[in-house]
Design a protein around this ligand. Structure first.
Ligand code: CAA
Ligand code: NAD
Length: 308
């Protein structure tokens, strides 16, 4: 059958063209590492040219740090040329249909909203080659839900990278009950080619890392809301008392307060009634919501709990 044929075509060796959706913090980082370390042909897509320019700026800044270390003994022009070559190799377009015309793999890293992700994947399902693999970088949504609007549930999985992508070594590869073994293996191989360490997880809330990290960040906010300690002292405490590289507020600012708020809201709406997440953990926080309303989204927006 064509389905059997398409799965045999899906082995990792066939993944050459990768399309990344979302030129924000995560999408630009994933695109950068796919091109730089993985040697893939990468297309980065967003809804506006401004967002794509922003994505290229994030890549340039990160690669400049890398070039300064790796080519420390080379002149500045050589370092700049190295950065430019990689950044220029990432094709950008706002035309989603065109971006997936010849794609082997789509990695989605857009806003953490299930309806918007489903809408995008439904559209892409009708435009991308039938044998292309779809993957979502969602932090907290059900991959099964995100895949619902597509006709390729066997070629759909989670591919969850961490922020900052060039630095963090982990990729969580998520298999739903319908993800085929070939698709799962292909995603594992892509993660390895990116120089990352893949771990496997079933399609459960927050997978491994966020199942533990999100309740921790939200509890830190509640601790400060109760007046138990200051933002600064909580961060100092967790760095010096628990050996974490960042405190929970520095980490929240890095993740993005809008993203953290979307995760908590999504879990409140769909994971509490199922008994997967307890209500106390995802209770709405006034402190977090007020910052988001003021546009204080963290590092990416010029400040959150801390000034940028
Ligand atoms: N690109 C390239 N290089 C970078 C970089 C970037 N974006 N960010 C940092 N670096 C490099 C620096 O150049 C530096 O290199 P050298 O040590 O060789 O000089 C190195 O990384 C360390 O950077 P810094 O000295 O500036 O700072 P640091 O030692 O504190 O490390 C960090 C920075 C790696 C971000 C570290 O603080 C850390 O691990 N923080 C925790 C991050 C974390 O937990 N991320 C997960 C968030 S949750 C998530 O992502 C999931 C989700 O779905 C929400
Ligand atoms: P971000 O706000 O930095 O970027 C999101 C980008 O998606 C924006 O540029 C936006 O214009 C774009 N976008 C929105 N709708 C789109 C559409 N229909 N088509 C194309 N582009 C669209 O967000 P982020 O932090 O990069 O998060 C993206 C995804 O990655 C979310 O699902 C988030 O949960 C997940 N994630 C975030 C982190 C983190 O630490 N921030 C870590 C791992 C995973």
């Amino acid at each position: 059958t064509s389905r059997a044929f398409s799965t045999t075509m899906l082995r990792e060796k066939d993944v050459k063209n990768v399309t990344v959706f979302g030129g924000g913090l995560m999408g630009s980082g994933i695109a950068q590492v796919l091109a730089h370390k993985g040697g893939y042909n990468v297309t980065l897509t967003d809804v506006t040219d401004k967002a794509l320019t922003g994505g290229k700026t994030i890549m340039s800044k990160s690669l400049t740090r890398i070039a300064k270390k790796q080519l420390a003994d080379k002149p500045a022009e050589e370092q700049e040329a190295y950065v430019k070559k990689i950044v220029d190799s990432v094709r950008t377009t706002t035309d989603a249909a065109e971006a997936v015309k010849d794609t082997d793999l789509v990695i989605e890293a857009i806003i953490e909203n299930v309806g918007i992700k489903q809408q995008l994947f439904e559209f892409l399902d009708s435009k991308a080659p039938k044998d292309a693999i779809f993957a979502s970088n969602t932090s907290s949504l059900s991959i099964t839900d995100v895949a619902k609007t597509t006709s390729r549930k066997d070629r759909f999985g989670g591919f969850h990278a961490f922020n900052p992508v060039p630095q963090m070594k982990l990729i969580e590869v998520v298999k739903t009950s319908e993800t085929s073994q070939d698709t799962f293996d292909s995603l594992i191989e892509v993660a390895k080619k990116m120089g990352k360490v893949p771990v496997a997880c079933v399609d459960s809330p927050g997978f491994i890392v966020n199942r533990l990290l999100v309740p921790y960040m939200l509890e830190a906010i509640r601790l400060v809301e109760r007046g138990d300690a200051s933002v600064q002292d909580v961060d100092t405490a967790m760095k010096l008392g628990a050996g974490y590289p960042m405190g929970p507020f520095e980490l929240s600012d890095l993740v993005g307060l809008d993203t953290l708020s979307h995760i908590a809201k999504g879990w409140r709406e769909s994971r509490v009634s199922t008994g997967e997440i307890s209500e106390e953990i995802v209770k709405e926080s006034k402190l977090l919501e007020d910052l988001v309303k003021q546009g204080k989204l963290g590092k990416k927006s010029g400040g959150g709990f801390y000034p940028a």
